[in-house]
Design a protein around this ligand. Structure first.
Ligand code: MTE
Ligand code: MO
Length: 397
């Protein structure tokens, strides 16, 4: 694999794995610092986390670039960029989160396998592109309505990049056809991110965005789309990104017993404090610290966030944080943007009189709440760590 043509990256990204002199065939994986996460509702492209499984492909002949659509359809079709751009354009503000976000914390309780991530393998962007439902309609697959049946088929996305998990083959994933043909699901073939053409790291020239679903299904650098009878048999669908109970370990795992993970459960993280944060005591009496804490919350399949509870005594008592975010996406004026897949920002200002543990948990509109302990949701691949986020605050001099 060739890592000699990687794009330039922002210096403040925290790198979790990349090519070096000793490990030259390592994909670039990096996340922004916590403080950068909550500082804007829409994450700037250069600070958006980057999750790769191989080298970044080079696509330089955009006129000839096309996506092959084949499989269980009448005649295969080549979809060129001009065909995609001819379809109605949608801007969807959607939060993308890697299933491995917060894996490092899970690994601290019991070792898991996978790239370590702090809390920032998550970002919120305005994705611009065509709806997959419109693309599929072009090739004769009707949009999902109450009366249509999709026959349990799946839509497979195959990329240009090559990775070692697929033995040098392309990265791939699939979603159910019923989701792909549902305009309400907002599945996009995106060519823009935050109003600009996608950059190479994020899938230039065309990527899939599957809102509400783990990042792994949003295939970058799209090469072909296959309509298939069964879900994709690729590594990342069948041998990875599955949720196992804490009782399953590497010596008794049977991959075929579980479905590929799709939905992301309710999540929140504290972005204004590190895991262990020292603060100076304030001058008021009794000694207090006016500490402003920012949470971000990500939503579950388009379901709203109801509230965020915070505790400054390790979870004994709780108070409610307030929604701090401004709505709307100001700089993309020409198109209506949906934000039902986007994260919500919350904040609270509290006095921290002594060293303590601060905890956050989010609750969605169906009253789903984050699990209390990471041990209870421990799984050998270290995915979906949505346990209460805890930080230690040390008040010192
Ligand atoms: N698509 C391709 N072709 N190759 C990849 O390695 N990584 C997936 C997904 N799509 C990946 C991919 C994973 S695991 C995640 S979390 C998201 O892309 C990350 O998208 P980003 O790098 O734009 O943040
Ligand atoms: Mo991921």
């Amino acid at each position: 694999s060739d890592y000699s043509q990687e794009p330039p990256r922002h210096p403040s990204l925290q790198i979790n794995s990349k090519a070096s002199f000793f490990f030259f065939a390592v994909p670039f994986n990096a996340e922004p610092p916590r403080s950068a996460l909550a500082s804007s509702y829409v994450t700037p492209v250069d600070l958006f986390y980057k999750r790769n499984h191989g080298p970044i492909p080079v696509v330089d002949d955009i006129e000839r670039y096309c996506v092959d659509i084949c499989g269980l359809i009448g005649t295969p079709k080549k979809l060129y960029m001009r065909d995609v751009r001819m379809l109605p354009k949608y801007n969807v503000t959607a939060t993308l989160q890697c299933a491995g976000n917060r894996r490092t914390a899970m690994s601290k309780t019991r070792k898991v396998r996978g790239v370590g991530w702090d809390v920032s393998a998550i970002g919120n962007a305005v994705w611009g592109g065509a709806k997959l439902a419109d693309v599929l309609e072009l090739i004769g697959i009707p949009k999902l309505t109450c009366s249509t049946q999709s026959g349990g088929k799946h839509v497979e996305f195959v990329s240009i990049d090559k990775c070692k998990e697929e033995n040098g083959g392309p990265y791939k994933a699939s979603i159910p056809l019923s989701q792909a043909t549902n305009p309400e699901a907002d599945v996009l073939l995106a060519y823009e991110m935050n109003g600009e053409p996608l950059n190479r790291d994020h899938g230039y020239p065309l990527r899939v965005i599957v809102p509400g679903v783990i990042g792994a299904r949003s295939v970058k650098w799209l090469d072909s789309i296959n309509i298939i009878a069964e879900e994709c048999q690729g590594f990342f669908m069948q041998k990875d990104y599955k949720m196992f109970p804490p009782s399953v370990d590497w010596d008794n795992i049977n991959w075929s017993t579980r479905r590929p993970q799709m939905d992301f459960p309710v999540q929140s993280v504290i972005c204004s404090l590190e895991d262990v944060q020292s603060i100076k005591p304030g001058k008021v009496s009794p000694p207090c610290n006016n500490c402003s804490i920012m949470w971000i919350c990500s939503i579950r399949r388009g379901r709203g966030i109801e509230r965020v509870d915070i505790s400054i005594d390790g979870g004994k008592t709780w108070l409610e944080a307030s929604r701090s975010q401004k709505t709307g996406v100001p700089y993309i004026a020409d198109h209506v943007s949906s934000d039902k897949w986007a994260w919500v920002l919350f904040e609270v200002t509290v006095d921290i009189p002594y060293s303590t543990e601060i905890v956050a948990k989010a609750v969605d509109s169906a009253a789903n709440v984050q699990p209390e302990n990471v041990q209870d949701i421990w799984n050998l691949r270290g995915i979906l760590n949505t346990s209460w986020h805890r930080v230690q605050v040390r008040v010192g001099h």
